[in-house]
Design a protein around this ligand. Structure first.
Ligand SMILES: [Zn+2]
Length: 277
């Protein structure tokens, strides 16, 4: 076979995405092997790529220690909501089929460096990590489990905010989750909030910001309203780094930025510092 025929054979070509991971922040191409070895952190710009809840649980908990709670709780559709792009129920069922999850957060008990905790990890793939009534139920029940068993509570957030398809019911989850967490704080149990890319809207305005300590992964988008909405409202140009974890740290909204590779050790050290045994 002539060389030009060989190169034209379709089976000889590998699609680009099979060979390289592309950083969604700086567009650097990184070989998959290197990308995964770095826990999906870009070696060029330090952007911490979004992880599924299962990947994150594996990274921060002791192997085999995670036991899911309330995995059957799923979305509710109190308004029978429908917009131009179709019914909410169909979209939610699509998210269930696509992600294998029933809600935008997975909660359970786990060990982190041998310390028993209650853990909640959001997954942005499920309807943008939005906070619906099912999400709120899971967060609240996990907080009650922490209270009952006197374990610290840790939530990793990744969310675009309240799930507006559920209207006022989604907004009520902001108060419900904060009330459940306040009970932990009254009982002297630590609550750690970890913000990951992105944590915005009704989630950043509720349980993600009421931790005894609020930390973030580097370069995560952290904010409430979107940049364009704010710029149009105040009629001013915002700085380029506005709503990055680094910017909100500098302005006192979070306490610390923790690299992904150091997260597990940071959580364990913080819990031990808080007296957890
Ligand atoms: Zn990058």
């Amino acid at each position: 076979m002539a060389w030009f025929e060989m190169s034209a054979a379709p089976q000889a070509r590998k699609p680009l995405e099979a060979m390289w991971a592309v950083c969604s922040s700086c567009k650097a191409h990184v070989p998959h092997e290197e990308w995964h070895a770095a826990l999906r952190v870009c070696p060029r710009c330090n952007y911490h790529d979004r992880l599924s809840c299962r990947e994150r649980i594996e990274l921060v908990t002791d192997a085999g220690s995670f036991q899911e709670l309330n995995g059957r709780i799923t979305f509710a559709d109190p308004l029978k909501f429908e917009d131009a792009s179709g019914p909410y129920a169909a979209k939610a069922k699509g998210a269930v089929a696509k992600t294998g999850l029933n809600e935008a957060i997975v909660t359970g008990t786990a060990k982190i460096d041998s310390l028993a905790v209650v853990l909640g990890v959001m997954d942005f793939r499920f309807l943008g990590g939005s906070l619906g009534s099912g999400t709120g139920d899971r967060i609240l029940l996990a907080a009650e489990e922490a209270l009952r068993t006197r374990r610290p509570y840790i939530i990793f957030s990744a969310s675009g905010g309240a799930r507006m398809h559920e209207g006022i019911v989604s907004l009520m989850q902001m108060a419900r989750t904060c009330a459940a967490i306040a009970k932990l704080q009254e009982a002297g149990l630590p609550y750690i909030s970890v913000l990951t890319d992105p944590t915005t809207g009704g989630v950043s305005a509720s349980y993600a910001m009421v931790g005894d300590i609020n930390i973030s992964e580097p370069r995560a988008l952290v904010g409430f309203a979107g940049r364009r909405v704010i710029e149009q409202t105040i009629k001013q140009k915002l700085p380029d780094d506005f709503q990055t974890a680094e910017y909100v740290l500098e302005h006192g909204f979070i306490d610390h930025i923790v690299e992904r590779k150091a997260m597990k050790a940071f959580l364990a050290n913080t819990l031990r510092y808080a007296g957890v045994k």
